[in-house]
Design a protein around this ligand. Sequence first.
Ligand SMILES: [Zn+2]
Length: 97
Amino acid sequence: MGSFARDRLRRLEREGGTVTLVCQECGEEFRVSEDAGPALVAYQWQQETGAISYQRTPKDVFTILEHEHGASALVKKATGESWPLTMRASGIVGLTE
Ligand SMILES: [Zn+2]
C-alpha cells in the first residue's frame, strides 16, 4: 500500500466514512461520504437564498443533484430513512444525519 492510499484511508476515517443511499424511483445506489448530507443542505440553502459560501461543496453533492430523481427520492439503504432531510412545504424539518 503506497503512502497515497494510506493517507486517503486516514482521511476517510477522520471524515466518518460513507453512507449508502438507494433511489426509491429506480433502485440506483450511491455511496457518498456522510458529510455530503449537511453539505447538500447547505448547498441547496445557498441556491435558494443566494448566500455565498466559501466552503467547498463536495463532489458527492453534485453526483446526487445530477441524478434524474434528485435527492428527495433517496433513502438510506441501511435504515430506509429519508436522506439527508425531510422536505415539507414548510421547508426543512430535520436532518437525519
Ligand atoms: Zn433514481
